[in-house]
Design a protein around this ligand. Structure first.
Ligand code: PRP
Ligand code: URA
Ligand code: MG
Length: 209
């Protein structure tokens, strides 16, 4: 069964509070999402493997460590996932970026796919799918399906806020995909919005409400 990590780091929790606040405007919202994505990526990359190298310091030779050349890919679920890409790339600037375009039908809440573009070496890469919101889980499950259909084998999912329903749906459909969350909320309302949540992540990021 996939593991679920809820990040309790004080900086993540502090910034998430202002992301939730309805009085936070678009500019600040976008900056905070970017910062939290960086902090979450710092935690997620904790398990990257290292290899030993030798480096000449001004004083002598040191045995030291570098990351062992893992191939990473960041995959935002459009549109709101775009808000987390730059923050993630801050820490892993050589990662490739794939895109999965999905919108949630407002009536049925079912995801509708409209765009997919992934790095060509999809089978060799480890992917981190990013989206601020994991609500019913339909979008995350569909995005991960889409990656797996194209050959991806090693996938993590990272979001800002999740509802228990969404976590359960991803765990059931993709038991191999670990889930990383900044805030695990109470429930969904009758419109499929996370309660208390932060509202519509895409609209708040891009000012489209
Ligand atoms: O877990 P789910 O019930 O599928 O809901 C979560 C999805 O809903 C939002 O996207 P939305 O459909 O609003 O598209 P947008 O990013 O273009 O605004 C959000 O960014 C997720 O992708
Ligand atoms: O609360 C929610 C649920 C889905 N999508 C959002 O942007 N917010
Ligand atoms: Mg939206």
């Amino acid at each position: 069964m996939a593991k679920v990590f809820v990040f309790d780091h004080p900086l993540i929790q502090h910034k998430l509070t202002f992301i939730r606040d309805k009085n936070t405007g678009t500019k600040e919202f976008r900056e905070l999402v970017d910062e939290v994505a960086t902090l979450m990526m710092f935690e997620i990359t904790r398990d990257l493997s290292l290899e030993e190298v030798e480096v000449e310091t001004p004083v002598s030779t040191a045995k030291a460590k570098v990351i062992a050349g893992k191939k990473l890919g960041i995959v935002p679920i459009l549109r709101a996932g775009i808000g987390m890409v730059d923050g993630a790339l801050n820490l892993i600037p050589t990662a490739k970026v794939g895109h999965v375009g999905l919108y949630r039908d407002p009536e049925t809440l079912q995801p509708v796919e409209y765009y997919v573009k992934l790095p060509s070496d999809v089978k060799e890469r480890e992917f981190i799918v990013v989206d601020p919101m994991l609500a019913t889980g339909g979008s995350a499950v569909a995005a991960i399906d889409s990656l797996k259909t194209r050959g991806a084998k090693n996938i993590k999912f990272m979001c800002l806020i999740a509802a228990p329903e969404g976590v359960e749906a991803v765990q059931k459909a993709h038991p191999d995909v670990d889930i990383y969350i900044a805030g695990l909320d109470e429930k969904l309302n009758e419109h499929g919005y996370i309660v208390p949540g932060l509202g519509d992540a895409g609209d708040r990021l891009f000012g489209t409400k």
